[in-house]
Design a protein around this ligand. Structure first.
Ligand SMILES: [Zn+2]
Length: 647
């Protein structure tokens, strides 16, 4: 069921969306109008079908907002995307749909485990949408949620709109490369330069500027920006979240947020309790080394936050001397892709076939068919759209275009996914050479593609990467491991001129450079996770300055006085509220799953097939804890994660 994207037009995208919404509404109306008993067949499965219809419309239409070369199509598709997400958000608020599901849930049902799970999840959604509240409370819930969205949008816009800078002299730019200095705008005073708070200025300056006082000034400016505007918004949002949680019957916003995830607030606390002491122990060694360098350079041995990036950069450069451009000579894009496909085909028991005439949205796009190696069963298709274009999505991500599932008519619908990235396009004269971090990105996103395409789920809600939210990155993070293993690297590296595989010493220094100050970097992530949790796991208002100070302690650094970094911490108001822990959480599980490969062979096809069956094919049809147990044969632990950091 491939779609011919060469015929895409702005009107076509709009028509696809409207038709899909009409078809979905018809199904919902029919569910609400069921006369006689509600059944799996007349209630649950039609709702599943609406999700399939909406997603397919996204894949053929709204997705074009990210990739289509024609700006008029992209603009139309952006509008259509809004319509689709609005529909998906609002459907749960329909009282007649809730009533039908309530009747269904109250019956004794002969359902498969996946159908039972789908029903349970929908009943939970209905409860969270306030259907069990009285009319006054429902109205209040609606108002609170509406206001919360306003606050979140305003908070983000304030961060985006905020600009500030410091002015520095040429001498104060010591340590920075000419290319950086050339790109700076002049300051107001003669002969000065502006260093702004934007990342392309901020990070290189903190990493390289030898002038410690100016590093401090820039960082403190960053961490005390937008306070007047955003602090009141944050405080109001925290209060609203507490009220919403209380209304629906949760102890706190963290409980509300994690009820639909793998974790719960107690487990996240335990997760940190198990990691933090060992990370803090290790960071002392890292800090001691930096403090020594600091004493030698500035005659002061109190390490501060504005010193850490600087010395991490110095140590990486001076001790390991990794030249990313030299590394890239061993990673021509085509070689890496071929290698990645060969490795994963052998490991997971699939075959990839490049489709000659993909009829995609741009001639640069590749299309692959995936079949089962043993049975030749057709499994899926995926597109690879790898090169930058004007107006194209600027990051790397994997998109679902068609969710694998069983249709209302009982037909098996095979998944279609798309990887979108921005690597340099090869030409006749110059190959596309990937830096190691780009190789990592490619493997990471391909982990999502495998998750999406190898699914055996019957329902859209649990198809592919639709797992619990805090597990979804584990199958992509695990893929990154293969880009660090010397034996595996040999299978997808080849010097663009000589074809030679990457030398061992270069691999060794890459790995060593990755691990410089790794405990400090992880503790910073832990700090973000802990403050996010502290802000959200209480039923009553607390002093957020005190909470921030308390959370900051894990960094083992002096608290930067008179700052309020939370005012520019976009995550807590941008969808990661009570969710920041998820980054490290899924990495720990990715590492744990990879440990089975480490023990039984990193390219062992038996382990690969077991992983495919237990994790990739299951999608979200089971709790992630059960998936992990099925694959590991034991409950997950953090040991592999710690061992990978040498602790
Ligand atoms: Zn990812």
């Amino acid at each position: 069921m491939l779609y011919d994207y060469t015929r895409t037009t702005a009107e076509g995208v709009a028509r696809i969306t409207d038709d899909a919404i009409d078809a979905a509404n018809e199904l919902i109306d029919a569910i609400a109008a069921v006369a006689g008993p509600n059944t799996i067949e007349n209630t649950l499965l039609p709702l599943n079908e609406t999700a399939a219809i909406i997603e397919a419309a996204y894949g053929q239409g709204a997705f074009m907002a990210r990739v289509h070369p024609d700006p008029t199509v992209r603009i139309a598709a952006t509008e259509e995307e809004e319509k689709l997400s609005k529909w998906s958000i609002e459907v749960v608020f329909r009282p007649d749909l809730y009533a039908a599901f309530k009747r269904l849930a109250d019956r004794d049902l002969d359902a498969t485990p996946e159908q039972r799970r789908l029903l349970d999840f929908w009943m939970r959604d209905f409860r969270r949408a306030g259907h069990e509240l009285d009319a006054v409370e429902q109205q209040e819930l609606k108002q609170l949620k509406h206001r919360l969205v306003e606050l979140e949008v305003a908070f983000g816009s304030n961060i985006d709109a905020h600009t500030d800078h410091i002015e520095v002299t040429r001498a104060e730019l010591d340590g920075l490369p000419d290319s950086f200095i050339d790109a700076l705008k002049p300051g107001d005073a003669e002969g000065t330069f502006r260093v702004t708070l934007d990342y392309p200025d901020l990070y290189p300056f903190l990493q390289n500027a030898t002038n410690r006082a100016r590093r401090k000034e820039l960082l403190l400016k960053k961490n005390s920006s937008v306070v007047a505007d955003n602090r009141p918004l944050l405080e109001e949002a925290l209060e609203l979240r507490r009220r919403i949680a209380r209304l629906i019957g949760y102890d706190s916003w963290a409980h509300h947020s994690m009820d639909v995830k793998m974790a719960d607030p107690v487990r996240v606390k335990q997760f940190y309790d198990a990691l933090v002491p060992r990370l803090r122990e290790k960071v002392k060694t890292e800090h001691a080394k930096m403090a020594q360098l600091l004493a030698d350079e500035y005659g002061d041995d109190t390490l501060q936050q504005w010193d850490v990036s600087y010395y991490t950069t110095q140590i990486t450069r001076d001790e390991y001397g990794v030249d990313q451009y030299k590394v890239a000579e061993y990673f021509p894009l085509e070689t890496v892709i071929d290698g990645m496909l060969n490795i994963t085909a052998d490991m997971f028991g699939v075959t990839y076939r490049r489709v000659a005439d993909p009829a995609a949205w741009h001639p640069d796009v590749y299309l692959f068919q995936v079949t089962d190696q043993d049975t030749a069963e057709h499994l899926a298709h995926f597109y690879m759209d790898l090169f930058p274009r004007e107006g194209k999505y600027g990051h790397a991500a994997a998109f679902d275009l068609v969710a694998g599932h069983t249709s209302l008519a009982g037909e098996k619908i095979r998944p279609i996914a798309a990887m979108v990235a921005n690597f340099t396009k090869p030409t006749k004269e110059a190959p596309s050479l990937l830096r190691h971090d780009e190789v990592l990105t490619l493997f990471h996103e391909f982990g999502h593609i495998l998750h999406q395409t190898l699914t055996r789920a019957e329902t859209v809600r649990f198809s592919g990467a639709n797992t619990e939210w805090d597990f979804v990155e584990a199958p992509s993070q695990i893929m990154e491991h293969w880009t660090w293993d010397p034996d595996v690297l040999g299978r997808f590296s080849g010097h663009y001129q000589t074809g030679q595989r990457i030398p061992q010493d270069l691999v060794d220094s890459l790995v060593a450079a990755r691990d410089v100050n790794i405990a400090a970097a992880n503790l910073r992530q832990v700090y973000f996770g802990i403050i996010d949790l502290l802000l959200h796991d209480d039923a009553e208002k607390r002093d957020i300055d005190a909470l921030d100070r308390q959370a900051y302690e894990v960094n083992e650094l002096p608290f930067p006085e008179e700052t309020f970094f939370l005012a520019s911490f976009g995550h807590v108001m941008g969808g990661y509220d009570a969710g920041y822990y998820g980054y490290l959480w899924s990495k720990v599980f990715g590492d744990d799953m990879y440990s089975r490969f480490q023990q039984e062979g990193v390219l062992n096809p038996e382990v690969g097939r077991a992983y495919r069956r237990a994790i990739l094919e299951q999608g979200g049809t089971k709790d992630a804890d059960d998936l992990l147990f099925d694959f590991l044969g034991r409950p997950p632990t953090n040991e592999a994660f710690l061992a990978n950091m040498g602790i």
